[in-house]
Design a protein around this ligand. Sequence first.
Ligand code: AMP
Ligand code: FE
Ligand code: FE
Ligand code: ZN
Length: 296
Amino acid sequence: MERLCGCGPYTCPVIDLHTHSRASDGTDDPAQVLEAAAAAGVRVVALTDHDTTAGWRQAAEAVGRTGVALVRGTEISTRARTADGGVSVHLLSYLHDPDDPALRAEWDRTRTSRMDRARRMVDLLAQDYPLTWDDVVEQTGDEATVGRPHLADALVVAGVVASRDEAFATMLHAGSRYYVGHYAPDVAGAVRAVVAAGGVPVMAHPGAGKRGRIVDDETIAALADAGLAGLEVDHRDHDAPTRDRLRALARDLGLLVTGSSDYHGTGKLNRIGEHTTAPEVLEEIEARGTLGVVRP
Ligand code: AMP
Ligand code: FE
Ligand code: FE
Ligand code: ZN
């Protein structure tokens, strides 16, 4: 969808539809994400922790105090099956029923597998570096979805690396000998499950080739047929040609276009509000979702 409003991104109500808190691999509490949004002039923020809705309540409680509207979301770890194994796909879901049994069952399964996988990665890393499981537990809250960024933080505290980025570049990337995969549901099934739960599914950073393999246009077209609502086009992991290509694909397939920061607190360079979504796109997402936006 073209941007219909004539205003630049910072005179429109600034809408950022992808952020993380300590409920997964961000470094802010959910309320602090809204505080960071307010400080940056962001008026609407979606909290989209990996495979959980655990941060929603605390974030919603901060809406009145911060004046920032909240879109309740989740970033679902999924996999697109290919002949040679599969491609990791992150699927954003907005405004779904958090108690939907099918979604909850998948997230429980994924989070359990993520925990097993993190333990196995620590076992491998501990063969070469001074790292224990307790070091990782210190980096995760009770309810957090455990991810490689927590291992990275533990490696930083242990003095093995200087930053999350260095940890990913040297020992946590998917090609590393310390890397272990985790369970993730098939992406087409996840799209259908999100729609069945009253949610609005948008593919996160579909062209982020630096992170690993990406899906092809045919796969995205098939997902559009399954109910995919949009593509996250404006994201720092997309260069200008990639954004142009994805915008054209979204237009061809009748998909919404979103933009967002993928803010992770101090865990990544991404600044909250650095990419934004047009107000009429948020309107459409809200019209399709079963929950409303929590407004001040
Ligand atoms: P996982 O979900 O456990 O496989 O870890 C993937 C997550 O790690 C992504 O969602 C990002 O939040 C984060 N990540 C990936 N690459 C980097 C990086 N270079 N620096 C910091 N965080 C990263
Ligand atoms: Fe993340
Ligand atoms: Fe992601
Ligand atoms: Zn994300």
